[in-house]
Write a protein that binds this ligand. Sequence first.
Ligand code: PBG
Length: 326
Amino acid sequence: MTPSYPVSRPRRLRRTAALRRLVAPVSVRPSALVQPLFVKEAIDEPQPVVSMPGVVQHTRDSVRKAAAEAVSAGVGGLILFGIPALKDDRGSQADAADGIVQLALADLAADLGSQTVLMADLCLDEYTSHGHCGLLTADGEVDNDATLERYASIAVAQAVAGVHVVAPSGMMDGQVAAIRSALDSAGFPDVAICAYAAKYASGFYGPFRDAAECAPQFGDRASYQQDPAARDAMREIELDIAEGADIIMIKPALAYLDVISQAAAMAGLPVAAYQVSGEYSMVEAAAANGWLDRDRVIMETLTAISRAGADIILTYWATEVAQRLS
Ligand code: PBG
């Protein structure tokens, strides 16, 4: 008898776990995961980040242990964020030779050498007293071109300390070109740039601002980060590639899978996606209430981000997931 439903039966390939595994092209590779690490100056013990259960601000010592653990779990890289003891209006500690990120980078470069990829967030918001990603004009606007000089100097300080990849996240126009030329003229042509190319003004960064103690003291970041409703992602990405980016990043990840997939189709270079603090905390909070199967949802989100086309994923679960997959 002719079946009354279509003869094509996708369920044939879902019948057993072995069949499903055979035909699934997407997988989450530990070596594609990057673990963000926060390191804070002048603390004696790691401090828990309340809005990100399981995440801490590390001491200079404890970040070395966390980094070693991540690397032995098989993660592909680490990205450092620094929290200085003292902040000022120009973010002086961001490029100080003894700034906390420079010290931590040097420690990790000595401990780990080229076993992993050492990345550093390159921005000012963690270092400025006003919490903005750039220098301010007298009337409180973020001054694009004056900020570029600061970014150039931070890039060189991080390179001297041993970074392999700098990750500018401030969304100033021309930042990639300014950083590339500063690195080249300071003798660091091999330090790569992972540009936060499409970075949206997002509510999902909320918990990070606790972790990095960088909430803007007035206003918001909407005049430099992208509008979630705008279609300017490809323009931002093309500019960053033209300016010399080696890797382009989309951020946040889950709410911007369409942008990841467009970027992967056009970029011709590695595409990274940042599963940000709010994406992490949302799952942790629901799981703590027993409302979601935590481990399953973590893998589902990472699989979705990979399926959209991300080659690299920054995630606070990197070490845990790498351990689980190995
Ligand atoms: C800026 C920066 C931010 C994040 C990474 N780099 C904060 C912001 O733009 O407000 C957010 C990361 C996250 O939410 O996990 N230095």
